[in-house]
Design a protein around this ligand. Structure first.
Ligand SMILES: Nc1ncnc2c1ncn2[C@@H]1O[C@H](COP(=O)(O)OP(=O)(O)OP(=O)(O)O)[C@@H](O)[C@H]1O
Ligand SMILES: [Mg+2]
Length: 394
């Protein structure tokens, strides 16, 4: 369905779809799954639904979507089964847009009736009933092509035994479909998530169902998006800053569309009040203020992790990715806190930062700030405190 309040990204969608459906020699890992991660509120779900799905369908692939955050009171397996049932039911409706589209794209004659699966849908997942593997085999067979399962907020599956069982059931389904010699397509699994280190873990830990899967960062919206938004605002007769100022403000706010909209709204007030003689500077100030406000919750979380965690976070934010356990780092932390800090104290402090999604473990003993935008705000805050500290000291 066309939705003109959405900026479309057809070429990004095409690139991903091609990598997935027609992998080159270096894209083979994608067959084990693809995990896209990116910070909160940057348009991951919108892209998946508005651009990625239509592009998949254009290539004749059937997309099945499940969002593990839609209802956190329900188990991942229950949500997955519901999504699979919904997709199967849609295939059974001869008039559904999905069936019509598949018919058109593939030039297939699915018959006047829809496509009915040879499995009892109600029985999926029950004892003695069809397994997820059975259903995916049927979907690939009946849709006569690739099936792409997209799991939004995939890291949620790691939080419970049920979720982990679901991942292993999916792995079994994937291996089942992809090693069969008599099926017309593959089962491809795409996960997206906001929690970068958990998502990365899913693909790198050998014990996980998706070990070996490909991970990539979700590409944030770019200058073309900002340009599109400014044109819409201008068309509505409202004031806008220059594209350069708007894009730079957008990036300062973590490339979040909602923040940009908020900034442009506040900009109208500044203009109306005659406070925006220098439009771009006024806009940059609005963005910086909004960025700080948005990061306040994260700043609180860093401070709640304790004084040692705060020191560690500052070091990582300042660019020290390794050596947090090194003797000189520990000595410097001991001096700052006025008490002995040992390597044993560091582990729980860093674990807290990782658990709160503030810091990402990149490898053994190597760390990175999860959200570049929080990092920027933190660095600014630390500098401000140092200046104030110097000014207030005698
Ligand atoms: N391409 C786009 N065009 C216009 N608005 C967009 C676009 N992408 C995202 N947005 C807006 O940005 C906000 C966040 O989008 P979305 O929910 O897709 O992000 P997300 O990364 O999935 O967020 P979350 O971390 O909460 O899952 C929404 O208000 C959405 O309307
Ligand atoms: Mg989302």
């Amino acid at each position: 369905m066309a939705d003109n309040s959405v900026f479309h990204r057809p070429s990004y969608a095409q690139t991903l779809v091609r990598q997935l459906l027609q992998p080159g020699p270096l894209d083979q890992g994608l067959r084990s799954g693809v995990f896209l991660s990116g910070i909160r509120r940057i348009g991951k779900t919108t892209f998946i639904r508005q651009d990625f799905f239509p592009a998949l369908l254009e290539h004749g692939a059937l997309a099945v979507y499940v969002d593990l955050w839609t209802d956190r009171s329900r188990s991942p397996m229950a949500l997955m089964l519901e999504a699979v049932r919904a997709a199967a039911l849609e295939l059974q409706q001869p008039t559904s847009t999905l069936v019509q589209k598949l018919r058109r794209v593939k030039g297939l004659n699915f018959g006047a009736a829809g496509i009915s699966l040879g499995v009892q849908l109600d029985s999926i997942g029950t004892a003695g009933g069809a397994t997820l593997a059975d259903v995916f085999v049927e979907l690939v067979r009946k849709a006569q092509g690739d099936v792409v399962l997209v799991i939004d907020e995939v890291q949620q599956a790691m939080a419970s035994q049920d979720g982990q069982d679901m991942l292993f059931a999916l792995k079994a389904a994937r291996d089942n479909v992809n090693t069969a010699t008599d099926l017309p397509g593959k089962l491809l699994i795409v996960g997206t998530g906001s929690h970068k280190s958990l998502v990365t873990d899913m693909a790198t830990r050998r014990s996980q169902a998706f070990a070996g899967a490909h991970t990539a960062s979700f590409e944030p919206l770019g200058k073309d998006y900002v340009d599109w938004l400014l044109k819409r605002v201008t068309a509505a007769g409202l004031a806008v800053p220059s594209l350069e100022a708007a894009f730079s403000g957008f990036r300062d706010m973590g490339s979040r569309p909602e923040e940009l909209t908020k900034a442009v709204r506040q900009f109208q007030d500044e203009v109306a009040a005659g406070r925006a003689a220098d439009a771009d500077t006024a806009f940059a100030t609005i963005c910086a203020t909004l960025a700080t406000a948005a990061a306040e919750l994260d700043i609180q979380a860093i401070e709640d992790a304790g004084e040692l965690a705060v020191l560690a976070f500052s070091r990582i934010a300042a660019g020290q990715v390794r050596g947090l356990y090194a003797a000189e780092t520990l000595a410097s932390f001991s001096a700052s806190l006025g008490r002995e800090v040992s390597a044993n104290d560091m582990t729980p402090a860093i674990d807290k930062l990782v658990a709160a999604n503030l810091v990402v473990r990149k490898g053994h003993g190597s760390f990175e700030i999860a959200d570049p935008f929080v990092k920027q705000v933190w660095v600014r805050l630390v500098q401000m405190r140092q200046t104030l500290g110097r000014e207030s000291s005698p």
